[in-house]
Design a protein around this ligand. Structure first.
Ligand SMILES: [Zn+2]
Ligand SMILES: [Zn+2]
Length: 269
């Protein structure tokens, strides 16, 4: 069974619902062996009124983490962050990530230009769902080339969660050129991906990214894959990890990855 949840948010994130101490106690009581907090830093988020609208107070976050990390003796608790990366904020993140002793950094595309795939407006601005997805993957490819300051790319097909047909009409083949280039870029830079189980509880048939993307990542030589619930509440911790594990096995993985001090460690399935 998967014992490490490496993607979660507490009330220190703008959209988090549960307190950090409650998350730690819940994770321990579920029998998890390790967790990593990955609070949001979407610096210069185009939706917010100020650039800091969706940015965790990292000093307060680190202080609270240090205070609580040992409260459950059988649970290893790590310090991470989820960066909302875009073509415009890589210099800011280069500096930001040097300032704190992160164990793990997720880079995620939450926006395409000024639009959020979460909104209907995003899909309405394209002539088809396919064109909207393609633009999302193109944005990720640009970011993957631009950034070095992350360990894994978060929920690689995030836009699919909010498209009119979710992942029902998605096939790898439709986007093979761009996705192959994206995956090869990540692999050549020593970056991994995550299997984000939130897809299952957001009305999709699979996780983010889709099983076909994870399979192709493995075929192309990808080794680093973390597992995260993207919990924003204690009830979502470790959610659908049985399904995520089955996906990993079907894709040929014999292990999954955790990070300590930005270095990958591999744990057998
Ligand atoms: Zn995210
Ligand atoms: Zn997240």
């Amino acid at each position: 069974m998967l014992k490490s949840d490496f993607h979660m948010h507490t009330t220190l994130s703008t959209d988090g619902k549960s307190d950090m101490a409650d998350m730690i106690h819940s994770a321990a009581s579920m029998g998890l062996q390790s967790i990593c907090f990955t609070e949001h830093n979407d610096y210069d988020n185009p939706i917010g009124e100020t650039p800091d609208f969706f940015v965790v107070d990292t000093d307060a976050y680190y202080a609270r983490y240090c205070e609580l990390k040992n409260i459950e003796p059988d649970l290893d608790v790590y310090f991470g962050v989820e960066l909302g990366i875009s073509q415009d904020n890589h210099e800011y993140f280069n500096e930001y990530t040097k300032k704190y002793p992160f164990d793990f950094i997720i880079g995620s595309s939450h926006y395409v230009g000024n639009l959020d795939p979460y909104t209907k407006e995003y899909y309405d601005s394209f002539e088809s769902e396919e064109a909207a997805h393609l633009k999302y993957f193109e944005t990720e490819l640009e970011c993957a080339k631009l950034f070095d300051t992350f360990d894994v790319y978060g929920h690689l097909d995030y836009a699919l969660r909010y498209g009119p047909t979710r992942d029902l009409s998605f096939t790898y083949k439709k986007y093979a050129d761009i996705l192959d280039e994206l995956l090869k870029t990540l692999i050549s830079k020593g970056k991994g991906i995550e299997i984000n189980s939130a897809g299952f509880r957001k009305g999709m048939i699979g996780p983010n990214p889709a099983e076909s993307i994870i399979k192709r990542y493995k075929e192309l030589g990808g080794e680093i894959i973390t597992v995260g619930s993207d919990a924003h509440h204690i009830s979502e911790l470790g959610a659908d990890f049985d399904k995520a594990e089955a996906v990993l096995e079907r894709c040929g993985f014999k292990y999954y990855t955790i990070f300590k001090e930005r270095k990958p460690e591999f744990i057998s399935l």
